[in-house]
Design a protein around this ligand. Structure first.
Ligand code: SAM
Length: 246
């Protein structure tokens, strides 16, 4: 069979496209792209003539059998998303699973990714970390998820759209408290790259005074204080034990 190449693309700076990524896109038979018009610009820039087929969240399931057939027939395929690593808060994972099932080799290329790029410049402990991606949009789901994450000790990485930043920071502030350290990493690799470091209260204040623009990754420090629910449980156990012993 052919191979499925997973090809990361720049998150803003075309200079981050690796020579291997260019060669791979040139040499495969077909590129499965999240948005073919968007990827056409990248292909133009690097003078890559390979044909494309659309592969996005709304046609994943109908496309997979077609792409798997092409791979089984010996064609090499590359999968790309609009920016950064395929499968990271982007389409790709279902195709990878389908290939593994059919024993089609999957070849990942390293490259641009917003989460790790933000993490290494944040100044917040880089490991262990939990990459979350986009939080749920529905209020109820958002609250429930943040209630669980509030006790996470690992550094947390979130993606968010600019028009939702304020709402998300408010929810984070309510769930984690205003003192928790956060870094808003804006426009990574681009002309107006910026890191806003502070606590959740300051970050929320920032997001509510300004019309926020650009792309953001949020790096949030983990919870460094003992889990309160656990604490209560331990105390209860202690008093129970004391009663039993008495
Ligand atoms: N696959 C991509 C990756 O590997 O990073 C992520 C795709 S996700 C649909 C888009 C989100 O990634 C944005 O909403 C933002 O949170 C983050 N992002 C992408 N590019 C960015 C950049 N240049 N600066 C800051 N955040 C970025």
């Amino acid at each position: 069979s052919g191979r499925l190449y997973l090809v990361p693309t720049p998150i803003g700076n075309l200079g981050d496209m690796s020579p291997r990524a260019v060669t791979t896109l040139q040499e495969v038979d077909l590129i499965a792209a999240e948005d073919t018009r968007n990827t056409a610009k990248l292909l133009n820039y690097f003078e890559i003539k390979t044909p494309q087929i659309s592969f996005h969240e709304h046609n994943t399931m109908e496309r997979i059998p077609l792409l798997v057939d092409k791979l089984l027939a010996g064609q090499n395929l590359a999968q790309v998303s609009d920016a950064g690593m395929p499968s990271i808060s982007d389409p790709g994972q279902e195709l990878v699973k389908a290939c593994i099932e059919k024993q089609i080799p999957v070849v990942p290329l390293p490259g641009p990714n917003a989460a790790l790029t933000a993490l290494i410049a944040s100044g917040i402990t880089p490991q262990p970390f939990t990459f979350y991606g986009f939080l749920p949009r529905k209020n109820k789901d958002l609250k429930a998820e943040l209630a669980t994450l509030a006790n996470e000790r690992y550094t947390l990485i979130f993606y968010e759209a600019p028009h939702r930043l304020k709402k998300t920071l408010k929810a984070l502030l309510e769930a984690f408290g205003g003192d928790r350290q956060v870094v808003l990493c804006r426009e990574l690799t681009k002309q107006y790259e910026e890191f806003l470091r502070g606590d959740l209260q300051a970050a929320y204040d920032f997001s509510s005074t300004e019309e926020v623009r650009g792309e953001f990754v949020l790096i949030v420090a983990g919870n460094s204080t003992p889990n309160q629910a656990e604490q209560v449980e331990q105390d209860t156990n202690l008093s129970l034990k004391a009663q039993v012993e008495a």
